[in-house]
Structure formats: structure tokens, C-alpha cells
Design a protein around this ligand. Structure first.
Ligand SMILES: Cc1ncc(COP(=O)(O)O)c(C=O)c1O
Length: 373
């Protein structure tokens, strides 16, 4: 089966895991710090922390904003469930915004349509890694959370996606652009938020007793005692995951290069199919992360997906719209573009471990479907 998502780890990652395991310090430690420092230097950002998942990074992000309980946070409907769950978990209400039908991103207009006097923040998602047009969103004057789970290699007017709003998150799960096996990142605009997040990540304590003892230059007695700043859960990443992440970051150009090669191949090969709308390319002052390649078909999307599956090609839809989930109580909302894509969009295989022959097979099978349909 040709898979829709995938990762590429090789000898460097395996050696790094072995070395970390052999060090007998597998959990949270120095490798995490090494990953964070490399990420900041390589991506050109500050105030970045690694945590144990993108979903938890979202929860942390919402928590850091101290939004009034019961207030509304605008969230794209076309995104992963963690975006809305994080809002609910801090006692706020997710209110869903439509997307642009070509970029699949929210716009200042679709967000504005949902703003009420009770709106306390806006969440945007750089869908598939194509940057959201951030300037008009920032001009709305509300706190902004950027979900850059797909956008670790995306830049908007020279700035890394995820570092433009008040707080931004990344996902490093097993099939994201770079992986720490499971993991997530969080970027904060202010140093105060960063310091707070660092404490929160470890149950609100911040430093372990061991770290306190090591850094005990001032001779503090009883390093095993701690001040708990506030109640929070544990979100610590591991040295083993970070060791994989360091190697992935070192080869991010190669990983992204292959994603772009597959993307360009599909753009070229599928251009001749008038029944397929191809995904939008980035503007000249933007870069894309090519996380997923989404085609939009005129009709018979489900039949196409079934035909591809029967012919060894696994595809999927990113995402089933959140407003169509009963939990959020907005089933009667009409989000035209999101609902349109829910019937016509399909993610086809794209990842750094996809042989070009498999990409050719995907194209051949898509064309074969049209011939027999
Ligand atoms: C848009 C988006 N946000 C957040 C997440 C959550 O990331 P994680 O899987 O690391 O928890 C995902 C994961 O797929 C995602 O696609």
C-alpha cells in the first residue's frame, strides 16, 4: 500500500537513539535543550520550548493567554480536533470560521464574520504549510494563536510561521515534516510567557531537584524543596525523542527537498486534468512546508478514494470539519467553503520516504479512475 503520510529516519537518527539510550538518561534532559537551541538558531526564532505533543502545546498556548472563562475563541473548522479541544479545556468556547476555498486557510474576512463582543482570541492554522495571510489577522487587534503544526518550514514575509502571533505551536509527531517520534513545540512572543511555560511544562515546578543541585553555585541548601507556581500537567519531552529531532533538523533541507519534488511532480502531472483543482502555491514572499497535497475534484471524490484504495493507494481527508461534530454544538452553522471541501477534497500521498515511482503510480491510478468513471 502506498501510504498518504510517512517519515524518513535513517542511520543518523538510529545512532542518536542508541547513543542516548546508552547514556542511561532517556527522559527529559540535555538533548531537549540541544534540540531547542538548534531549532532557535536554525529557524531564526527565540522563546521556543519542546513539549510532548502538538496537542499539548495548543493547550499550553491557550492557558498562557489567560482568556476570560466563557469567552469565545475563533478557530478554523477545517483543522484537527486538538485546536477546538484546547479551547474547551481552558473553559472557553470555540467558534468556527470558514476557510478560503483555494488556500484552505482562514482569512481576515472569514474570521471577522465570527467576531462578537465576547471574542477573546483568534486561532489560525497554516493549512498544509501554506502561510495564512497574517498581517490583516494581526490588525484585528486580538491575541493570536498560530497553529504551525504543518508549517515548520514555512515563512511569511521573512518570519517563521508560528512566531508571528502571541503564541505559536508546532507538531513533531511521527509523520510531520520533522519528527521527535511524538512531540510538539511552542513559541512565545514574550520572555515572560516563555519563563512561565518553562515552569508549567514540569507540573508548575520548573526545575528538578537534580538541576537545582547542579546549578547550586549560590550554595542553596535543600535543593529537593521546590516552589510550585501554579497547577499544571506534565508535558516533558524525552532525550530520546529530542535526539531524533536534532538529526531531523540537521537534514531538514533534504526532507523538505523531497516533499517539494513530489509536490512539483503532482503539479505538473495533474495539470492536464480539468476535473481536478490543484493546491495553491505560496506567494513570492512566502515559503511552503508541503505537509500534505490536497486535490479538489469536481465530483465522485468518495468513488475516487475507494478506487485508489482498491488499487493500493491510501488517501484521506484533512479534515472532517469541526463544526460538524456534535460536541461543539454548532451543527446548524453554514460554512460554505469548508463544507464544499468536505465533499471534494482529498489528500494524496506525499512524504519524504515516497519513491518517485510510487508518485507516478498515484498519478497513473488517478488518471485511470477518470477513464473508467
Ligand atoms: C493542524 C494540527 N494541529 C495540531 C495537531 C496536533 O499535533 P500532535 O499530533 O503532535 O498532538 C495536529 C496533528 O496532526 C494538526 O494537524
Amino acid at each position: 500500500m502506498i501510504n498518504v503520510f510517512g517519515s524518513l529516519v535513517g542511520e543518523a537518527e538510529i545512532a542518536a537513539v542508541t547513543k542516548t539510550m546508552e547514556s542511561q538518561w532517556m527522559g527529559f534532559g540535555k538533548k531537549v535543550e540541544e534540540f531547542e537551541e538548534l531549532f532557535k538558531k536554525d529557524r531564526g526564532v527565540e522563546n521556543f520550548l519542546l513539549v510532548d505533543s502538538g496537542s499539548n502545546a495548543l493547550f499550553m498556548a491557550l492557558h498562557l493567554l489567560n482568556l476570560p472563562k466563557g469567552s469565545e475563541v475563533i478557530v478554523p473548522s477545517l483543522t484537527w480536533v486538538s485546536c477546538a479541544q484546547a479551547v474547551l479545556l481552558v473553559g472557553c468556547k470555540p467558534v468556527f470560521a470558514d476557510c478560503d476555498v483555494n488556500s484552505h486557510n482562514v482569512t481576515a474576512e472569514t474570521v471577522k464574520a465570527q467576531i462578537t463582543p465576547n471574542t477573546s482570541a483568534i486561532m489560525v492554522v497554516h493549512f498544509a504549510g501554506l502561510p495564512v495571510d497574517m498581517d490583516p489577522i494581526m490588525e484585528l487587534g486580538l491575541p493570536v494563536i498560530e497553529d504551525a503544526a504543518h508549517a515548520v518550514d514555512s515563512y511569511y514575509k521573512g518570519k517563521l510561521c508560528g512566531s508571528i502571533g502571541d503564541v505559536g505551536i508546532y507538531s513533531f509527531d511521527a509523520v510531520k515534516n520533522i519528527t521527535t517520534i511524538e512531540g510538539g513545540g511552542i513559541h512565545m512572543k514574550s520572555r515572560e510567557m516563555y519563563d512561565r511555560a518553562k515552569r508549567l511544562r514540569y507540573c508548575g515546578i520548573g526545575k528538578s531537584g537534580f538541576d537545582s543541585a547542579l546549578s547550586n553555585a549560590s550554595g542553596v541548601q535543600r535543593w529537593w524543596e521546590y516552589n510550585i507556581s501554579e497547577a499544571f500537567i506534565k508535558m516533558l519531552p524525552t532525550n530520546v525523542g529530542a535526539a531524533v529531532g536534532v538529526e531531523q533538523l540537521k537534514r531538514i533541507k533534504e526532507l523538505q527537498g523531497h516533499r517539494k519534488k513530489v509536490w512539483d511532480f503532482y503539479q505538473k502531472e495533474l495539470a492536464s486534468e480539468p476535473w481536478i483543482t490543484l493546491p495553491k502555491e505560496p506567494n513570492a514572499d512566502e515559503t511552503h512546508s508541503y505537509f500534505t497535497y490536497v486535490i479538489t475534484v469536481d465530483e465522485k471524490r468518495d468513488e475516487l478514494a475507494k478506487f485508489l484504495l482498491e488499487n493500493g493507494v491510501y488517501t484521506t481527508l484533512r479534515y472532517h470539519p469541526l463544526h460538524m461534530n456534535q460536541l461543539y454544538g454548532q451543527l446548524d452553522q453554514n460554512l460554505e467553503n469548508t463544507q464544499y471541501l468536505n465533499e471534494r477534497a482529498l489528500s494524496i500521498p506525499l512524504h519524504p520516504n515516497l519513491p518517485m515511482e510510487d508518485a507516478q503510480t498515484v498519478v497513473d491510478k488517478i488518471k485511470a479512475f477518470k477513464k473508467q468513471a
